[in-house]
Structures are given as C-alpha cells and as structure tokens.
Write a protein that binds this ligand. Structure first.
Ligand code: ADP
Length: 212
C-alpha cells in the first residue's frame, strides 16, 4: 500500500501519518523530518537546504527526489509506505509516476484545515529532542518549555515563526495544492478528511476510509 497524506502545513499530516503508519505497519516517510535531520547533521544536502527551509521555501526538486528515492529503496519500504510532505510539486509527483508507473500511489488522504487555524496551530507548535510534537495550549502547566510526554526541553522550529508560516502557506497554495486536482484525475483512491477535531477521531475517520 503506497499512501500519500496531503494538506497545508499544520494540518496534522505528521501526527496522523505516524498513527496510521503504525496501524498499517508500514513506514512513515516524512521529507521534512529527513531534511531537518540532514540540517542537524550538517550533511551536504543539509547545508544546501538550511536557508531555504528557514525561509519556508521549497528545497529544489532534484535534491528532494534523490533523497526520497533512496529512502523508498530500503527494505522496510518494500511492502508500502506513507508519504508525508512529498510530493510537494507536480515535478515530484511525476518522479513517483516514473518510479512506480501509473500514478505511483494507491491512495491519497487530504486533510483540510483553514488558514487562520493553521497559523494558530503552527505558532504554538513545539518539538523536543525525542521527536515529540505538541501545542503550548495543550501543555499549559509547562508553558511549552518541556515536553509533555517525556520532559525533555523543547524548541520551536525555525520555520514556525508567524511570518514564515504565511510564506509556507503561500507556497502550499501555489505549488502543492494543485496536486489535489492532479490526483483526483488519476486512478487512485482519494479521501478528504476534516482536520479540525480530536486527534483520535480524525485517525478513526482515516482508518475507516482506508479499511472500510
Ligand atoms: P510542514 O508540512 O509543516 O510545512 P515539513 O516538515 O513537511 O513541514 O517541511 C518543512 C520544510 O522542509 C518545507 O517548508 C520545505 O522547505 C522542506 N521540504 C520538505 N519536504 C519537501 C519537499 N517534498 N520538497 C521541497 N521541500 C521540502
């Protein structure tokens, strides 16, 4: 099963994709996470990507496509995977078509959230060194300084500042949103899910759509 999670930044793609991947026992492949890892390790790719990501722009297709193709060639991805954050452009979608034939995917799940809610969510988002992600409003006792799951110190992603979020949203509308129409025209299963609501109920809605 090759699945794509699509939606604006802050829609909850990462949160939901992780849960659904665990349920389906396939890897969750998030290009944003992979790029942040490359930046923190200071690899060649990381050095090229860093400033671009801090501005909220897209890393060039050839770099991201190369990174993704290497990842999906690994053994753990042979039975399928969930893509989160890729493809983000028509060029990236074309690379998946070339690699697998057809649309390159079995299903796409679009998570919808409006722009005001996105800005609220992202500006309150914090992460910790163990990869936990939460919102300051959900951890009021700690005011977001420590992870509500493991107690590690937390930080805000460089590209989660309000001005950068607006740029990321603009980039999403211009370059990534057209992929919704692109995949609606292809022979794949296509689901739209409301991304506002309880995390568990959204996971349930996605699982019910995928496994009726
Ligand atoms: P979000 O979905 O919250 O915007 P991600 O973690 O998916 O965040 O991505 C963070 C940043 O990483 C993007 O703003 C972009 O700069 C870069 N990035 C991630 N995936 C891609 C991709 N497929 N193509 C180009 N750039 C990407």
């Amino acid at each position: 099963m090759r699945l794509l999670f699509l939606g604006p930044p802050g829609a909850g793609k990462g949160t939901q994709a992780k849960r659904v991947a665990a349920n389906l026992e396939i890897p969750h492949i998030a290009t944003g996470d992979m790029l942040r890892q490359a930046v923190s390790e200071g690899t060649d790719l990381g050095l090229k990507a860093r400033a671009i990501m801090e501005r909220g722009d897209l890393v060039p297709d050839d770099l991201v496509i190369g990174m993704l193709m290497e990842r999906i060639a690994r053994d753990d991805a042979s039975a399928g995977f969930i893509l989160d954050g890729f493809p983000r452009t028509i060029g990236q979608a074309a690379a998946l078509e070339d690699r697998f034939g057809g649309a390159g995917l079995d299903a796409a799940v679009v998570i919808d959230v409006d722009s005001d809610e996105i800005v609220r969510r992202i500006s309150g988002r914090r992460m910790c060194g163990n990869g936990h992600v939460f919102h300051v409003d959900d951890a009021p006792s700690t005011e977001g300084d420590t992870c509500d799951q493991c107690g590690e110190p937390t930080y805000q992603r460089e590209d989660d500042q309000v001005e950068t979020v607006r740029n990321r949203l603009g980039v999403y509308r211009e370059l990534t949103e057209p992929l919704i129409a692109f995949y609606q025209d292809r022979q794949i299963d296509f689901y739209r899910v409301d991304g506002v609501g309880g995390v568990d109920s959204i996971t349930d809605a996605i699982m019910a759509a995928l496994r009726p």
